[in-house]
Write a protein that binds this ligand. Structure first.
Ligand SMILES: [Zn+2]
Ligand SMILES: [Zn+2]
Length: 206
């Protein structure tokens, strides 16, 4: 069993500030891992599909998911689905099984009604500048609430995930001299170039 409390300090360090969303990600990540009976992905054993979009509230949530599941931006085994929702599907590639969990609307609405959001975040105050006496009780609440108060976790289902092919091929851009993955290369006037150089050529900057 994965215990989200064991990841709180490291999660806070990685994330950078105290807020309720990152701990929600820790808790949901742990719930999904325990439903599948898996441990943290050292490589790409697990894949997390997060339904978040960009530039909206509580995207901090994804840092908790990354911290606890080991599905990270760097390893490429976390994908954003851009639905503007907070559901997460965790896939175990070895057993070809997956499970989806989602924070309960009531739990998220309750968070939004707290001084952390009303008096600070909605007024544009960065989370790192919210006094500890305002944010700490929220973090404690998320870390200690019973799972069924926070999330809905669905049934485990079959999911045969296939990794897209992994490219090891690269070349040096003829214009900027920087390395480029072959699949991202462009050809212009017999030259092999990168995307930013192509954009400059189009704008007439070269
Ligand atoms: Zn945060
Ligand atoms: Zn270039």
């Amino acid at each position: 069993m994965v215990d989200p409390k064991e990841y709180l300090e490291r999660g806070l360090f990685f994330h950078g500030h105290r807020c309720p969303a990152m701990p929600m990600g820790l808790r949901l990540g742990a719930a999904l891992m325990n439903a599948l009976g898996v441990s943290r992905a050292k490589d790409g054993q697990l894949v997390a599909l997060v339904e978040l979009g960009d530039d909206h509230c509580a995207t901090c949530f994804a840092d908790g998911v990354q911290m606890i599941t080991g599905c990270t931006f760097g390893k490429g085994n976390i994908k954003k689905l851009h639905y503007g929702k907070w559901g997460v599907t965790l896939i175990d590639k070895a057993s070809k099984r997956a499970v989806r969990g989602v924070p309960k609307a009531e739990a998220m609405l309750a968070n939004k009604q707290t001084p952390f959001f009303k008096d600070y975040r909605e007024k544009g105050i960065p989370a790192s500048e919210v006094p500890p006496e305002v944010v700490d009780p929220l973090v404690e609440k998320v870390m200690n609430a019973p799972e069924e108060m926070l999330f809905t976790v669905g049934e485990v289902f079959n999911y045969d995930w296939e990794d897209p092919p992994h490219s090891f091929r690269s070349f040096v851009c003829d214009l900027c001299g920087e390395m480029v993955v072959e699949e991202y290369g462009r050809v212009r006037d017999e030259k092999r170039i990168c995307i930013p150089c192509q954009e400059k050529v189009v704008k007439g900057a070269f």
